[in-house]
Design a protein around this ligand. Sequence first.
Ligand SMILES: Nc1ncnc2c1ncn2[C@@H]1O[C@H](COP(=O)(O)OP(=O)(O)O)[C@@H](O)[C@H]1O
Ligand SMILES: [Mg+2]
Length: 245
Amino acid sequence: MGGQGLSLSELVVERGGRSVLDGLTLSVPAGHIYALLGGNGAGKSTALFATLGLLPVVSGQVLVDGKDPASQPDAARASVAYLPETVALYEHLTARENVDYFLSLAGQSCTKAQIEEAFAQVRLNLAAQDQRLGAFSKGMRQKTAIALALLRQTPVLLLDEPTTGLDPQATQDFHALLLDLKASDVAILMVTHDLLGAVDVADTIGLIIDGKLASEWQAESANPRFDLQALYGAFTQARVGHAAA
Ligand SMILES: Nc1ncnc2c1ncn2[C@@H]1O[C@H](COP(=O)(O)OP(=O)(O)O)[C@@H](O)[C@H]1O
Ligand SMILES: [Mg+2]
């Protein structure tokens, strides 16, 4: 995979008549995990929608593996997989049928062996693969969606609050999977509320306040990877500031 990663430059996006993103700049190289933190309404999901080309950009630019969703929508969309905050899969279809169906929507077909390999990679056992989604836990739905994202083999992956509602074991499994994807050179942008989780897996942590990047921290090569106290301070201050506004 590899490629040129993801970059947002001076991005301005309006929703409901006001700037929700107000000059957001960040970049995620291939093989890098970027955790974007911020309070409710800070503009995190909006940043992902703009990256997917689902919202018009007032000014600035998005480049998904070098492609601008505004001018090259098809090429940009083919380069990015997205795990929404609420995984939208079909309840009455099995995990395998869901994956088959959504791959065909993306214009792709995979062999049975490839699909089973992806399920094995996300540790969704063989019996579960043929069960209907209706019976799945949140963690199992997440695994199904990640298997789909893996099969898409896109150079860029967007995740919106992927660990919200997962138990600690499922969160740990999920992070292990992100590290596998990082090793295969995917550029990963993850929106999260989970500061401790971000500290575990991210190479860069960014804090977004009112549609702008307020601070950014790079992981150190040695432990501790991040100054947790500084991060915690900035993060709680952002929330307090926002609540007071
Ligand atoms: N569909 C919408 N129409 C108008 N404004 C919206 C819409 N969705 C979100 N917003 C506004 O955009 C801002 C950022 O929302 P969002 O990107 O969802 O924040 P986050 O994901 O950081 O919680 C919020 O203030 C919200 O009110
Ligand atoms: Mg959101």
